[in-house]
Design a protein around this ligand. Structure first.
Ligand SMILES: Nc1ncnc2c1ncn2[C@@H]1O[C@H](COP(=O)(O)OP(=O)(O)OP(=O)(O)O)[C@@H](O)[C@H]1O
Length: 279
C-alpha cells in the first residue's frame, strides 16, 4: 500500500448563522477519507443539494479554509500554504473542473489564449511554439486539437465541447488530481457519457485521480471506484462503489437509490442472466 495522494482527517467547515448569539452551522462535519492510496482512482462524492459537497471541494482546492481538521495533499498540509510558489505548485497538481463551462471562461477571451497562458504557467512553456505544443497535446487527450479551438470564443462551442476544453486546460500541467464538481449536470444528456468515459480514460491512461462530485447515482455507479455519500455535511456511508450502491446500508443511501432506481442503472438481475431483448 502506498501513501494516499489526498487525505482528509476530521475536516470541519463552519459558517456563522449570524444573529445575536453568533450561532454557527457545520457545512462539512467531521469528514475523513483518502484518495489514491492504492493508485489512481475515481472517488464519487454523492449527496443532494446542501449536503456540503461544494464546500468540501473548495477546501480540497484550497479556496476555502477548513475550520478544523487536516487536509493533506501528498506530504503537504494545505493549511501551511504560505507563498505564491507553494500555491502555484499545488494548483498545478490539483485542478478544478466546474459545473458550468461557460462560467469557467470569460466570454470575450478566445479559448486558445487560456490554454497558451496555462501552458506558460503550468507546463513551463517558454516559447509560443512550446505553449502551442503543450496546449495541442492536452486537447488531443480529450479528443480535440488546437487547430479546432484556435481563434474561437466560448459561445462558439457546444457545452460538451467547452467542458472538454476546460478538462484539457486542467490537464496541461499534468495534474495528479482533478476535483470535478457536478461536471456533467449542465451538459446535454447525450454528451454526458462521453465526458464520464473520458474521466475513466484519464484515470487509466494518464494515472490521474478524480474526485467526482455529483448527485447523479447513475454516472457515479458507472465510473467510480469508491463512493462517499454525504448528508447535511456528514458522511453517512462510504466504500467500494458497486458494493455500496448495490447494497446501501444507511437509510439515506437507500432512499437516494430508491429515488433513481431503474433497471438500466442498477440491474435487478446480473446482466449476464437477464433475458435477451425480444426480437
Ligand atoms: N459561504 C457560506 N456561508 C454560509 N453558509 C454556507 C456558505 N457556503 C455554504 N454554506 C451552507 O453550507 C451547506 C452546504 O452547502 P454546499 O454548497 O457545500 O452543498 P452542496 O452539497 O454542494 O449543495 P449544491 O449541490 O446545492 O451546491 C448549505 O447549508 C449552505 O447553505
Amino acid at each position: 500500500m502506498t501513501a494516499a495522494l489526498l487525505e482528509l482527517r476530521n475536516v470541519v467547515r463552519s459558517y456563522s448563522k449570524g444573529g445575536l448569539f453568533g450561532r454557527s452551522a457545520r457545512a462539512v462535519d467531521d469528514v475523513s477519507f483518502e484518495v489514491g492510496a492504492n493508485g489512481p482512482e475515481i472517488l464519487a462524492i454523492i449527496g443532494e443539494s446542501g449536503s456540503g459537497k461544494t464546500t468540501l471541494a473548495r477546501m480540497i482546492l484550497g479556496t476555502v479554509r477548513a475550520t478544523s481538521g487536516l487536509i493533506r495533499f501528498k506530504d503537504f498540509d494545505l493549511a501551511r500554504v504560505r507563498n505564491r510558489k507553494q500555491r502555484m505548485d499545488f494548483m498545478r497538481q490539483v485542478q478544478p473542473i466546474f459545473q458550468n463551462p461557460f462560467e469557467a471562461f470569460n466570454p470575450l477571451t478566445r479559448l486558445d489564449r487560456y490554454l497558451l497562458s496555462t501552458a506558460r504557467h503550468f507546463a513551463d512553456a517558454r516559447t509560443d511554439e512550446a505553449a502551442a505544443a503543450a496546449s495541442d497535446a492536452a486537447l488531443r487527450k480529450v479528443g480535440l486539437s488546437l487547430a479546432e479551438v484556435k481563434g474561437r470564443f466560448p459561445h462558439e462551442m457546444s457545452g460538451g465541447q467547452l467542458q472538454r476544453v476546460a478538462i484539457a486546460r486542467a490537464l496541461i500541467g499534468s495534474p495528479s488530481l482533478l476535483v470535478a464538481d457536478e461536471p456533467v449536470s449542465m451538459v446535454d444528456a447525450s454528451l454526458r457519457t462521453a465526458i464520464v468515459d473520458l474521466f475513466r480514460k484519464l484515470r487509466d491512461e494518464l494515472g490521474v485521480s478524480i474526485i467526482y462530485i455529483t448527485h447523479d447515482l447513475a454516472t457515479a455507479y458507472s465510473i467510480s471506484d469508491r463512493v462517499v455519500i454525504m448528508r447535511r455535511g456528514v458522511v453517512v456511508e462510504a466504500g467500494e462503489a458497486r458494493a455500496t450502491l448495490d447494497h446501501p446500508q444507511h437509510p439515506y443511501s437507500i432512499e437516494l437509490k430508491a429515488a433513481v432506481l431503474s433497471p438500466d442503472v442498477f440491474p435487478v438481475v446480473a446482466p449476464e442472466l437477464a433475458s435477451p431483448d425480444p426480437l
